[in-house]
Design a protein. Structure first.
Length: 201
C-alpha cells in the first residue's frame, strides 16, 4: 500500500503533514516514510542556486535557494522532486514495504490521468493508494510556518494574502480519502488508523 499524506491545493504549508506522518508511522508495521523535502531539499536548493546563471527561459526567476514559488522552480525542479520521491517509494514497495509518502501533491491529485497512471503502476505490485487530506486553519498554519523559520517559506510569509488566495481548502480529489484536522493536540489518530486497517488486505 502507498499512503499519501497531502495538504490543500496550492502546496499549503504549515498543516503539519510531516508531524502527522511521524506520529502515524509509529503505529504502523512494515512501513517506510518517504518525505519529499527529505528526498529533494539538497538538490533543489543547489539547482535553484545554479539556475539564475543558465541561459534558459525563466531561469532568472530563481533568485536563491528558497525560490519555491518562482517560475524556474515550477518549470525545471518541481516535477523532478515528485518523480524522484516516487521512485524511492516504488523501490521500497518492490522490497515488500508499505510506504507513507509526504508531500502536497496539489497538482497531481487534481489530475485524473496522473492518479490513474499511479494506480496502474501500483496494481502491478498488488498495491493500492490511500489518501490522507490534512487541514488546519490558516492562522495556525502561519504560526507554524513562522515558528519553523525555513528559508523556503520566506516568500509565503511576505505575500501571505496572495498565497492564501491561491490555496484551495476543498479537496479536488476524485478518490476516497480521509480528512484529518490538525488544529488540536493530541492528533485524532485512532479513526485514521482504523481507516487504514480497513484498507489493508
Amino acid at each position: 500500500m502507498v499512503v499519501i499524506v497531502v495538504a490543500p491545493s496550492g502546496s499549503h504549508a504549515g498543516t503539519d503533514k510531516t508531524h502527522v506522518a511521524h506520529a502515524l508511522i509509529a503505529h504502523l508495521n512494515a512501513y517506510c516514510l518517504v518525505d519529499k523535502d527529505t528526498c529533494s531539499r539538497l538538490f533543489t536548493e543547489r539547482l535553484l542556486e545554479i539556475l539564475p546563471h543558465a541561459d534558459l527561459p525563466d531561469a532568472h526567476t530563481a533568485k536563491d535557494a528558497a525560490s519555491r514559488e518562482s517560475a524556474a522552480y515550477l518549470r525545471y525542479v518541481r516535477d523532478v522532486e515528485y518523480a524522484s520521491m516516487l521512485e524511492v517509494a516504488f523501490e521500497n514497495l518492490h522490497a515488500g514495504l508499505n510506504v507513507l509518502a509526504v508531500a502536497p501533491f496539489a497538482r497531481e491529485l487534481g489530475d485524473e490521468a496522473w492518479i490513474s497512471s499511479l494506480e496502474d503502476r501500483l496494481a502491478t505490485l498488488d498495491a493500492q493508494l490511500a489518501i490522507i487530506w490534512i487541514y488546519c486553519e490558516p492562522a495556525l498554519a502561519r504560526m507554524r510556518i513562522e515558528r519553523r523559520a525555513a528559508a523556503r517559506d520566506r516568500y509565503k510569509l511576505e505575500h501571505w494574502g496572495e498565497y492564501l488566495a491561491a490555496t484551495d481548502y476543498h479537496p479536488a480529489i476524485n478518490r476516497p480519502h480521509f480528512t484529518l484536522a490538525t488544529d488540536f493536540e493530541p492528533l485524532p489518530l485512532t479513526p485514521l488508523l482504523a481507516y487504514l486497517q480497513e484498507l489493508t488486505p
